[in-house]
Design a protein around this ligand. Structure first.
Ligand SMILES: Nc1ncnc2c1ncn2[C@@H]1O[C@H](COP(=O)(O)OP(=O)(O)OP(=O)(O)O)[C@@H](O)[C@H]1O
Ligand SMILES: [Mg+2]
Length: 482
């Protein structure tokens, strides 16, 4: 270590490494230290242990390490800091002293077939772990598995949530290509804290998610796939998509946005699911709009259904197989979320527990949701604004979505102006709702009157007909009556 720090700035890197290796080899003949080398590649494959150790080492600090490397990987939000080239770091595990060293070795090779060409430069990376030889079993059996486990947890902590969408051109994917296109970072600010919903409903969802995460063993024991289905239903702008983003942020799960309109065949659904990762949320938005919901479970297995353009379409039976068929046993910790504006249009087969386990009604803005929006947008929490109290009363009567309220609350920086405008807006909403109801009522009345009149005239027609029949039967001479 001393040799390294003294020589570091005086001697070129390659010579420095050479001296260090020789010196260590020389010393090791007198010590009881042994080393384990962990190469970056295991043959042609990446060595998982190397990458796990690299992540783990970034999380520990030791007084001997002076140089670190920092990078910002593409599509990530957090900076990676790892131990620098040819640096050392010490660690302690159950009283065992361990030293890690990151070795970067540059090599230059001349390809014999092309003697006139420039030589090829490569850089080999490996980690060297040194410790007393008496701890070999403990290090291999306990310390290295611990490093793997910690790296998984650290990866999870620093993971950036990604949004995956299906590839634009789905035709090529039957030839083995990943159906999911390049993922983007999900930078959605929605959280359970910012969502305007009733507190009880919010708590129910959070508790349900927590229970789901904890129940790995229970799902295994009862022989159920470790997945959970949620159906979010309600009018546009009530926060269905915002709730999905809040769930992804809370769980730290990636989102796979499955656009069923882009999928041609039922069989593709299985391949699409196979290409998603564990600990993820699969979302099918507007389920009623994107799929043929007619019940085809007993027929048409071979023939794909066609849409109005003659394109094949995913069917209900394909979707049901997708949800609880064979594939469901191949993934873990999956959440499937369907959204719809029209729950009543969905087939009950789709809604039964096991497929859609939890049904969440995203309603028009309630007074409780309104308080949350006022606190989010205007920063008013403890001492409510008098106009906010008026607006809260109107909210209970108006059919207004949190999206509409949010829009109004952005209209000015002055809470007084904003709330006055909101009250005007809510009054307008209530008035137009009254007009709508009245006109629906009068239409209903008109319909009733029309129906009564029709029934009356129908009755009269029947009576006339039967009289005519009687006249014919009895051979009554009508001329006599004239
Ligand atoms: N419950 C809510 N809490 C906080 N903000 C909300 C809520 N509902 C809607 N919003 C606001 O309105 C915008 C639109 O909401 P969102 O897209 O979540 O609605 P949606 O129910 O998914 O609508 P659609 O049925 O049209 O997909 C959001 O970006 C958010 O700013
Ligand atoms: Mg939405």
């Amino acid at each position: 270590m001393l040799v390294r720090s003294v020589s570091r700035d005086l001697i070129p890197q390659e010579i420095n490494d050479y001296i260090y290796t020789k010196f260590n080899t020389f010393l090791s003949t007198f010590t009881n230290e042994i080393t384990i080398t962990i190469d970056e590649y295991d043959g042609l494959n990446k060595n998982k242990l190397f990458y796990a150790a690299e992540i783990y080492l970034a999380s520990i600090t030791s007084p001997v390490t002076k140089r670190f490397r920092a990078s910002l990987p593409e599509k990530e939000a957090k900076i990676d800091v790892t131990i620098g080239k040819n640096e050392e770091i010490t660690d302690k595990f159950c009283g065992i002293e361990l030293t890690w060293r990151m070795v970067n070795k540059k090599t230059e090779q001349q390809i014999p077939q092309y003697p006139n060409m420039h030589s090829v430069k490569t850089e080999d990376k490996y980690l060297v772990l040194s410790f007393h030889k008496k701890h070999k079993t403990k290090v291999v059996d306990e310390y290295l598995p611990y490093v793997l486990e910690r790296s998984e947890a650290l990866k999870e902590e620093k993971k950036t949530i990604k949004l995956h969408s299906l590839h634009n051109n789905m035709h090529g994917f039957c030839h083995g290509r990943n159906p999911w296109g390049a993922a983007v970072m999900l930078d959605h600010p929605s959280s359970f804290e910012t969502l305007a919903m009733d507190d009880e409903l919010k708590k129910m969802i959070v508790d349900d998610l927590n229970r789901f995460l904890k129940r790995k063993e229970l799902y295994k024991k009862v022989g159920k796939a470790w997945k959970r289905g949620y159906l979010l239903f309600g009018p546009p702008g009530t926060g269905k998509s915002s709730l999905i983003a809040a769930m992804a942020n809370y769980l730290n799960f990636d989102i796979y946005d499955l656009d069923l309109a882009a999928v041609n065949y039922n069989s593709d659904l299985t391949k699409i699911l196979m290409s998603t990762s564990n600990r993820s949320i699969i979302v099918v938005e507007d389920i009623d709009a994107s799929i043929d919901l007619s019940d085809d479970r007993n027929n048409n297995k071979a023939k794909p259904k066609l849409d109005h353009l003659g394109k094949p379409k995913v069917t209900l039976s394909g979707l049901l197989n997708f949800i609880d068929g064979l594939w469901s046993s191949c993934g873990n910790e999956r959440i499937i979320i369907f959204t719809t504006n029209h729950k009543e249009r969905l087939d009950p087969a789709l809604l039964r527990p096991g497929r859609m386990d939890v049904h969440i009604h995203m309603s028009y803005c309630t007074p409780c949701g309104f308080k949350k929006l006022v606190s989010n947008y205007l920063g008013i929490t403890n001492d409510p604004h008098p106009l906010a109290l008026v607006a809260e009363k109107l909210i209970a009567l108006a059919k207004v979505t949190p999206a509409e309220v949010g829009e109004q609350l952005l209209k000015s920086d002055d809470p007084g102006i904003v709330l006055s405008c909101l009250i005007k807006f809510l009054k307008g909403k209530i008035e137009s709702e009254i007009v709508r109801k009245e006109s629906a009522e009068s239409t209903k009345r008109e319909v009733v009157v029309r129906r009564l009149e029709e029934e009356e005239s129908e009755k009269m027609k029947n009576v006339t007909n039967s009289i005519e029949e009687l006249i014919v039967k009895k051979d009554v001479n009508m001329k006599d009556c004239e």
